[in-house]
Design a protein around this ligand. Sequence first.
Ligand code: DC
Length: 224
Amino acid sequence: MDLAPVITVDGPSGVGKGMVTRWLSSQTGYHRLDSGALYRILALASVEQGIPLEEVDAVAALAKNLDIQFVGETEDDESILVIGNDWTRRVRTEETGALASRIAVAPAVRAALLQRQHDFRRWPGLIADGRDMGTVVFPDAVLKLFMDASPEERATRREKQLRNAGIAVNFAALCQEIRARDARDRGREVAPLKPADDAHLIDTTGLSPDEVIHCVKALLEASR
Ligand code: DC
């Protein structure tokens, strides 16, 4: 049987991939994969089990068998269960993002998560967001988007998002963390953050969420 179609949404942290992914999923009825959450969960689970993040083979082994469930469909009712425990909030913190970015440089870890990401590909289709969805994980995607925005703008949006979720933040530290994470994600040797050759680039700096969706809508319609 043919493989289900995939739409990929790549870009740095805090650029609005989640919003675009949810919108695309609501329009198409496709499933969703938040690949960053897999890296975040794996980093947290490693720390929890006393595995040093440098021991990449042990981290990769954990990736293969870890019981992870994404429950719910909307931003409000979504939760992440790891071995049956609710990790929804812990997974989203900046500290967890920084841990995730550290294990994400290891080829063994990326290879271990590859199959888990492919397993999300089911009919009627999949919207996958991350860093390397269009370049490495789903190179045969029918539509590839690459979103970007200045680090300051992303820090401002992230601050708002975290505050709304009741998580306290320090803006200067957030900006610095975003820059450091960008450098790691763009500079790593394996699957660095970069647009696929056939990706559509969307610079969202200065655009409202509605303007971004307007742009994505046009690209979705053109791809059909
Ligand atoms: O999108 P995010 O902030 O949840 O991702 C957390 C980290 O995981 C990010 O800094 C890099 C890594 N990541 C990755 O290397 N490849 C992906 N496809 C998704 C995330």
